[in-house]
Design a protein around this ligand. Structure first.
Ligand SMILES: [Zn+2]
Ligand SMILES: [Zn+2]
Ligand SMILES: [Zn+2]
Length: 321
């Protein structure tokens, strides 16, 4: 009896171990062939016997690129027929060039190419001349307002400029900082600086060199700015808290943005805004202030203009005085 039990146990163990290690028993007699994407496997036990082969593409030009049209190359797998196409960029027009307008520091040039490939005469622009990091075009802050306006000012776009100004505000996006320079009335220069090695404080006079990225009305935006040197910048009078200009509500213009102004009026509406309060004056002015005033009260506010609409102006840091 004991022996029979032992035999059964040994037989059972043998079956279990064989089914666990079945791979060692299989001779892999029936197998599938490897394809481009699938491996070779044993159809009895499922063991992987060979890696997928990968596609074997041949290349054929199915459309030739020209100076007016993109080309196309088709890749086809010789084994399974899988295929895909890739675009070929247009060729540049090529032929005799004639410069019809010479590029200058503040003006793009123009050239005509009589193309040998397509037979047409093509007009292309030539980039501004003479501007680089080492040879920047210098504009003084006192000429910015006049020059950097829509139309006339657009000519500075895409050029390296050197500008000087007083830092009035720094916007901080971690590694990216925007230095707002202060120049003439209504004018803003923003210098976007990547990296933290450049340190300028508000109120410091700086000279930046940078690449002009965009221009607004009375605004110029430089990127890749480098601090060149601390300079002394003469600031137009009438632009501090102490020397704010008197502004009659009828005279409001967009030029007054970011200027210290003072005006007086009767309060028409009071609107709470967090810890601040908006005071709407008769005559289309609004003042964001921590002070308290009441409707009907006549006040004289001083503050920095932050936004200007067609018939209104809003100022912050208001103080009555
Ligand atoms: Zn097998
Ligand atoms: Zn294939
Ligand atoms: Zn052509």
């Amino acid at each position: 009896m004991k022996n029979k039990l032992l035999m059964k146990l040994i037989l059972g163990l043998a079956i279990v171990s064989c089914s666990l290690l079945i791979g060692c028993q299989c001779k892999h007699e029936t197998t599938s062939k490897a394809t481009c994407t699938d491996p070779s496997v044993c159809l009895s036990c499922g063991a992987i016997l060979g890696e997928p082969l990968g596609h074997s593409y041949s290349r054929e030009i199915t459309a030739f690129a020209s100076c007016n049209q993109e080309g196309e190359v088709t890749y086809t797998c010789e084994r399974c027929g899988d295929s895909y196409t890739a675009k070929v960029p247009k060729l540049p027009h090529s032929g005799n060039e004639k410069i019809t307008l010479e590029a200058a520091l503040t003006q793009m040039g123009e050239k005509q190419i009589s193309c040998n490939l397509c037979g047409k005469i093509i007009t292309e622009s030539i980039p501004y001349a003479g501007s680089s990091v080492d040879n920047p075009y210098i504009i003084k802050s006192s000429t910015l307002y006049k020059d950097v306006t829509k139309g006339e000012g657009e000519q500075y776009q895409g050029k390296y400029l050197r500008v000087a100004g007083k830092v009035t505000y720094i916007s901080d996006y971690g590694d990216l900082k925007g230095y707002y320079l202060y120049g003439e009335m209504g004018e803003g220069v923003v210098c976007w600086v990547n990296g933290s090695e450049l340190v300028a404080n508000t109120d410091s006079n700086v000279e930046f060199i940078g690449f002009v990225q965009s221009l607004g009305i009375n605004q110029i935006e430089l990127t890749e700015c480098k601090l060149v040197s601390d300079v002394s910048v003469s600031v137009e009078p009438g632009l501090s808290k102490e020397t704010a200009i008197e502004l009659k509500i009828a005279n409001i213009s967009s030029k007054h943005i970011n200027r210290w102004v003072s005006f007086s009026g009767e309060i028409e509406a009071v609107v709470p805004y967090g810890s601040y309060t908006w005071y709407y004056l008769k005559g289309d002015a609004a003042c964001l202030s921590e002070e308290t005033h009441e409707i009907g009260e006549t006040v004289n506010f001083i503050g920095e203009v932050v936004s200007v609409g067609e018939l209104w102006v809003s100022i912050i840091d208001c103080q009555s005085r």
